[in-house]
Design a protein around this ligand. Structure first.
Ligand code: CP
Ligand code: NVA
Length: 303
């Protein structure tokens, strides 16, 4: 049997296919296309962490493509009683057309993918959030079609979302400027790999420097899911990285503000900035639905 097309990170999409995939997301959205590419197919959503946007957008997208979803958590399945991932992957492959998985370690995704006979889609891990960044790229292209003119600033934690931005910068011609506190940078090997692939990536510890040429200023929570125990330390370390009106004043006029949500007002972003006309967070959330339809079409067209 041929290997299924998994989507564990953005590196799984060939560089030359990424612009076409984003175009497809845009046309699904703008033409409100009625599609049936998943007609009669069941997708299992296996989520080890909480979710609002990812869960609901995948559930709605799957139904609007003619399929249906089954939601599963470790607590309610035999995974919570130590059934191995490799057994779970092989069993679910006999029932379903694909698996959408939100988990902790990227190694869990790799294990599922290596035993699954169906595509595995990363719905967020500790290392990456590729579905989020795909949708965010669509949100940016709606405003600036020529990505070579775009500078994206990332302010805060060099986390899963930041690392997917780094993967994206290796495939598309925008500039990525990250400002992270000492000790909270993205993985150095990942950055080096992206730089080696020609990415325009800069790193600084000064958030004002990072926003100074940014068309899009992006932030995210300071303590991601699974890091709750580090919250107090992080609140202190990240305080200078809060996206406040004062920090945004260092960005060019017209810069837009992005956040994958959920937001912690008063921490990584102020209420004023989140609710300002510069904020495009609700479009980002909406685009999860359209872009994940395009992604699922792409993944399942390869099987
Ligand atoms: N942005 C995002 O993935 O949100 P959820 O955690 O609500 O799915
Ligand atoms: N970095 C955040 C993203 C939430 C969508 C987390 O992993 O919790």
């Amino acid at each position: 049997m041929a290997m299924p097309q998994h989507f564990l990170h953005l590196e799984d999409i060939p560089t030359e296919e990424l612009p076409g995939l984003l175009d497809r997301g845009a046309s699904i959205k703008s033409h409100r296309l009625v599609l049936d590419s998943l007609a009669g197919s069941g997708l299992v959503l296996l989520f080890e962490k909480a979710s609002t946007r990812t869960r609901v957008s995948f559930e709605v997208a799957t139904r609007e493509l003619g399929g249906y979803t089954l939601f599963m958590t470790p607590a309610e399945s035999q995974l919570g009683r130590s059934e191995p991932l490799r057994d779970t992957a092989r069993v679910l492959s006999r029932y379903c057309r694909g698996m959408v998985v939100r988990t902790f370690s990227q190694a869990n995704l790799r294990e599922l993918a290596s035993y699954a006979e169906i595509p595995v889609i990363n719905a967020l891990s500790d290392s990456f959030h590729p579905c989020q960044v795909l949708s965010d790229l669509l949100t940016i292209r709606e405003r600036t079609p020529d990505l070579s003119r775009v500078t994206v600033a990332w302010i805060g934690d060099g986390n899963n979302v930041a690392q997917s931005w780094i993967n994206a910068a290796a495939k598309l011609p925008f500039t990525l400027f990250l400002a992270c506190p000492d000790g909270f940078e993205p993985d150095r090997d990942l950055v080096n790999r992206a730089l080696g692939a020609g990415a325009e990536i800069k790193l600084t510890r000064d958030p004002r420097q990072a926003v100074s040429a940014a068309d899009y200023v992006n932030t995210d929570v300071w303590a991601s899911m699974g890091q709750e125990g580090e919250k107090e330390e992080r609140l202190e370390r990240f305080a200078p990285f809060s996206l406040t009106p004062e920090l945004l004043a260092h960005a060019p006029a017209g810069a837009r503000v992005m956040h994958c949500l959920p937001a912690h007002r008063g921490q990584e972003i102020t209420e004023e900035v989140l609710e300002s006309p510069a904020s495009i967070v609700w479009d980002q959330a909406e685009n999860r639905l359209h872009m994940q339809k395009a992604l699922m079409e792409w993944v399942f067209s390869k099987c």
